[in-house]
Write a protein that binds this ligand. Structure first.
Ligand code: NAD
Length: 485
């Protein structure tokens, strides 16, 4: 069985607290992971600090860019290994793992090399009241040691979105991947080592959240900022922890995203788009649309078509040809999703399709599979409509007016994403300007360009990830004023 170790100051370290990673596809044990204790996390921070105060603190922009590009090249060379790690950890089908997780991660390292090389600063000329001239100019400087804490749903990419900009700006990084999906982060550490980053610049600690590596990292006062993606309740804990010492956080949190289909939409595209938006990665994408609102004249037709499409989805092992959906990430998560599905039934939902645990009569019956659900008939107050399920579920409700659907979509504490389907661009633009969400797609979903900032409003987060915003987050802004007589 694979052994996944911590990577601290260029060394691979075991601990005396191993735990087992189980396959969501068939329940088999696939790796032993060594949980970092407090002393190991503190050692990682100490060594990162020494690296930052040493040579890495003086490293040139050109050298950082060269190293980032090396990482991208090696990721591409080792892409099948990364894809397999990601797919066996999450259960995501191979094509999606290749495209969504691995391809974009390599691109992100290269993109951040370009982005940081082209970063420009501000300057302002000024005439002081007492005469002469002044020139103000800004500088962006690395923060020092920063933390990257990532979730299990798209493990590699969501870690890379933090690590690549943090390294690009010249920081030293402590990465803490999800305990549920530790494999690709371990490969990333190997790749960063192979790329030539000096010891201590990138460190990896495995473990859990509370009373484990996650909490030990956020409690260490020498970590200047945290890039975090995960649950809203965890974001609140991390924010509280970071408040001590007034340290910065960028939080990408949960959502309960609404999709809106107007009667004039291209129905084929809206159905195909919703199939993607609600069921990609088994619904375990923060941007997933778990709530659809469909204009009444096309409601029945939309429900019928989406129900048929979802009912015909091929569920199975990630490596099987034509498989559209794998299992949920873990048995623990399936229990949570199943209980929310059962509660929806009790609350009066009608299931157009799905909701049961499928039977395969092979080893997949030991996996964490669930049939994808299309549901109708629930009131807006039902837990299934209000709370993030983070599984393959979609509740569809009818609406009659633009004003009504805007209210319905905004009736949530979250503000992460929305998709609007209409052929009337004026309407799309008008509605977009009223939806309270950080990311809005018109006639598409998850059309992502990682040069653009993506963040959440309300309980969906603080700050944005992507492009220049991430470089700014992982740096301090200094203003210098020079008097020129
Ligand atoms: P989680 O909050 O349980 O865990 C995320 C990470 O935080 C893990 O590495 C975990 O070990 C760590 N952690 C947990 N408790 C901690 C603590 N007390 N201190 C420090 N670290 C701690 O989230 P998850 O279940 O892995 O991921 C699913 C959630 O992530 C969903 O709510 C989803 O919506 C959200 N998500 C959001 C985005 C986004 O961009 N907004 C993207 C993906 C996932």
């Amino acid at each position: 069985m694979k052994e996944l170790l911590n990577y601290i100051n260029g060394e691979w370290l075991k601990s005396d607290k191993p735990f087992i990673k189980v396959s969501p596809v068939n329940g088999r044990e696939i790796a032993t992971v060594y949980e970092a204790d407090k002393a190991m996390v503190d050692l990682a921070v100490q060594k990162a600090k020494e690296a930052f105060e040493g040579e890495w603190g003086q490293v040139t922009l050109q050298e950082r860019c060269r190293l980032l590009r090396n990482v991208a090249d090696i990721m591409e060379r080792r892409s099948e290994e990364l894809m397999l790690a990601e797919s066996t950890d999450v259960g995501v089908p191979y094509p999606a793992a290749r495209m969504l997780n691995v391809g974009r991660s390599a691109f992100a390292f290269r993109m951040y090399a370009d982005e940081v090389a082209n970063m420009f600063e501000q300057s302002h000329q000024f005439t002081p009241p007492n005469g002469g001239h002044a020139l103000h100019y800004t500088m962006r400087r690395a923060k020092g040691v920063v933390g990257a804490i990532s979730p299990w749903n798209v493990p590699l990419l969501l870690l890379v979105f933090k690590v690549a900009p943090a390294l690009a700006m010249g920081n030293c990084v402590i990465a803490k991947p999800s305990e549920v999906t530790p494999q690709s982060a371990t490969l990333l550490a190997e790749i960063i080592e192979e790329a030539g980053f000096p010891a201590g610049v990138f460190n990896l600690v495995h473990g859990f959240g509370a009373n484990s590596a996650g909490a030990f990292l956020t409690e260490n006062p020498d970590v200047a900022a945290f890039g975090f993606t995960g649950d809203t309740s965890t974001g609140e804990i991390i924010m509280r922890s970071a408040a001590k010492g007034v340290r910065n956080v960028c939080l990408e949190l949960g959502g309960k995203n609404a999709g809106i289909v107007f009667a004039d939409a291209d129905l084929d595209k809206a159905v195909a788009g919703t199939l993607r938006s609600a069921f990609t990665n088994c619904g375990q994408i923060c941007y997933s649309t778990e709530r659809m609102y469909v204009e009444r004249p096309i409601f029945d037709e939309f429900v019928k078509r989406l129900g048929n499409a979802v009912g015909n989805m091929k569920i199975g092992s990630p490596e099987e040809d034509g498989v559209q959906m794998g299992p949920l990430v873990s048995h623990h998560h399936r229990d949570k999703v199943k209980s929310m599905i059962d509660e929806a039934l009790k609350d009066g939902a009608t299931f157009v399709t799905g909701g049961r645990i499928p039977q395969f009569n092979d080893e997949k019956d030991n996996g964490a599979f669930i049939q994808p659900v299309v549901a109708i008939g629930l009131p807006e107050s039902a837990s299934f409509v209000r709370n993030e399920v983070f599984g393959p579920v979609c509740h569809i409700a009818p609406f009659d007016t633009e004003e009504e659907v805007v209210k319905l979509a905004n009736n949530t504490k979250y503000g992460l994403a929305s998709s609007i389907w209409t052929q009337n661009f004026s309407k799309a633009h008008r509605v977009s300007s009223k939806i309270r969400a950080g990311n809005i797609w018109i006639n598409d979903w998850q059309l992502r360009d990682i040069r653009t900032p993506m963040g959440g409003l309300g309980a969906s987060g603080v700050g944005a990830q992507g492009g220049r915003e991430s470089l700014e987050f992982f740096s301090d802004l200094i203003n210098v004023t020079a008097r020129i007589d």
